[in-house]
Design a protein around this ligand. Structure first.
Ligand code: ADP
Length: 495
């Protein structure tokens, strides 16, 4: 038996499952670690933009009080007045050419003291050519912010205009580590959550994929065991999911295989036994002829007739076995409309010499027009086997009634007799191959025990049913129900 190949790990379902799991989790974690941070950064940027451009605009408006040019003292005074509400790290005011008029810078107080604004003098009178200031001097309000190393560095600038005359510009600078720390906190929290999620999903992934592959391995083992011929093996896969459904289906299939295998074995052993009996008789008879020194011609003829009978029996058995094999293997029936009444009359014609010999009367009551999709030879076999049995297993003076009726989409053929009958306990087994109630009687009547199996298989193949019951007060009643011929789709049956 070829050993099934072991699947390499990288091609295994477990590896594929784990890889998919890892990719999905990695994508989810990447999203979790970037999206909320990006949104928070954007929110912080927008709030800073609003507040700082507002502050720059207010300061610019406060400085633009008249047509006179800005002076260093005037600008410093105004800025000082508004410093309390500004809150930036640096406030610079320039004249229209970019020369610094005043420059205030926030200094943190040491030792827990609050900080304060210091007015820088080193930059006064110098050009402050920051990009923001240059843009503001051209009449635009600008804002720029960078987030780096946990600190937001933001700059805003606005032109000081009086009646559309640019008198200078205001520049604000802010360095915010608080918002940055908040963002960093969010980031580090998300990282910790990600690590936990990673660990949990990893453990769950390993547990789930192991459980899944273990259950698949159970199924594979079961398939291997059954393949090696142990049809009684059953597998139990719990979980109520598709895999356990698969296991149920597998058990069902194995059960059927087991039944088929048992039927096959019994059939082969029964067939061999049935063939062995006439062969043994032939052997015995030929040995007797050969060993007899002086056998008179009458005795020899008698022996040879017996040999002929046994050979005929063998032929009958093999012919019926061939018919059964054909019924087993043929997939579809190429059926044509056949009138059951005509076929039954042919059978009656064929059986009347036998019926007369055993003093049995055949009585037919056939309704015309009972047409079914069938092949004439096979239908003849069905009617012949039933009617021949009714004659064979009858008593002298007995009667056989054959009734044919059509009703709706069905045709009913009933064969009743007043014969020896079949015991109640034998009725369920009567259609089994080689089953005979009275072996000696069957043998004497030339029976093989296969006639009713052929009837059963043929009728089932036509989509019909056959039933048997005891007839009161004596005898047996067989009833066959065929589907009636119809123009649309009545000409072929799937097996
Ligand atoms: P056989 O070739 O022995 O007749 P069948 O398959 O036709 O085989 O029938 C199986 C057995 O069923 C017979 O051996 C017989 O014992 C019983 N049987 C069949 N038909 C009848 C009947 N009409 N009356 C009584 N017994 C019957």
């Amino acid at each position: 038996m070829p050993q099934s190949k072991k699947v390499p790990f990288w091609r295994s379902l477990q590896a594929k499952f784990a890889l998919t799991y890892i990719v999905i989790v990695a994508a989810a974690l990447a999203l979790l670690n970037t999206y909320p941070v990006m949104v928070s950064q954007d929110l912080a940027y927008r709030s800073k933009e609003t507040s700082m451009t507002n502050q720059a605009s207010i300061l610019a408006s406060a400085l633009a009080t008249g047509p006179e040019a800005l002076t260093a003292e005037g600008a410093a005074r105004t800025v000082e007045l508004l410093l309390g509400s500004l809150g930036g790290a640096r406030v610079v005011v320039t004249d229209p050419s970019g020369l610094v008029l005043c420059d205030f810078q926030w200094e943190d107080g040491g030792g827990g003291d609050a900080g304060q604004y210091i007015q820088r003098t080193d930059t006064v009178g110098q050009y402050a050519l920051f990009w923001e200031l240059v843009t503001a001097l051209r009449g635009n309000i600008v804002f720029r912010s960078d987030y780096d190393d946990g600190v937001f560095r933001s700059r805003a600038a606005a032109p000081v205009t009086y009646r559309s005359m640019t008198q200078g510009a205001v520049y604000l600078y802010e360095c915010d580590a608080e918002q940055g720390a908040l963002l960093q906190g969010i980031q580090s929290n998300l990282r910790s959550i990600s690590v936990v999620i990673c660990l949990v999903t990893l453990v769950m992934g390993v547990v789930f994929s192991k459980a899944l592959t273990r259950r698949i391995a159970l199924l594979l083992d079961a398939i291997r065991t059954v393949r090696e011929g142990e049809y009684s093996h059953r597998v139990s896969v719990k979980g109520g999911d598709e895999l356990s459904r698969l296991a149920d289906e597998f058990n069902e299939l194995t059960g059927r295989l087991q039944t088929t295998e048992e039927v096959r074995r019994r059939f082969v052993s029964d067939a061999s036994h049935e063939l062995k009996t006439p062969l043994a008789s032939i052997r015995l008879l030929t040995d007797s002829i050969l060993q007899a020194d002086h056998m008179d011609s009458d005795t020899a003829r008698e022996f040879l007739t017996d040999i002929g009978d046994e050979a005929e029996r063998l032929t009958r058995i093999t012919e019926k076995l061939l018919t059964l094999t054909r019924l087993d293997t043929a997939r579809t029936v190429e059926a044509a409309p056949v009138d059951v009444g005509v076929v039954v009359e042919r059978v009656e014609h064929m059986l009347s010499p036998l019926a007369q010999a055993v003093e049995v009367t055949l009585e037919l009551d056939l309704r015309p027009g009972c047409v079914i999709p069938a092949t004439e030879d096979e239908l003849y076999q069905v009617a012949f086997n039933l009617m021949e049995n009714a004659v064979k297993y009858n008593l002298p003076g007995g009667r056989v009634f054959v009734t044919l009726r059509g009703s709706g989409s069905r045709v009913y053929l009933r064969v009743e007799d007043t014969g020896v009958g079949i015991p109640e306990e034998d009725l369920p087994k009567i259609f089994d191959r080689f089953y005979r109630v009275d072996k000696a009687r069957s043998r004497a009547a030339g029976g093989t025990g296969l006639g009713l199996s052929i009837v059963w298989d043929t009728v089932r193949r036509y989509g019909g049913t056959v039933t048997v019951r005891r007839r009161e007060p004596e005898g047996t009643c067989f009833e066959v129900i065929f589907p009636r011929w119809s123009e649309e789709g009545g000409d072929s049956h799937e097996k």
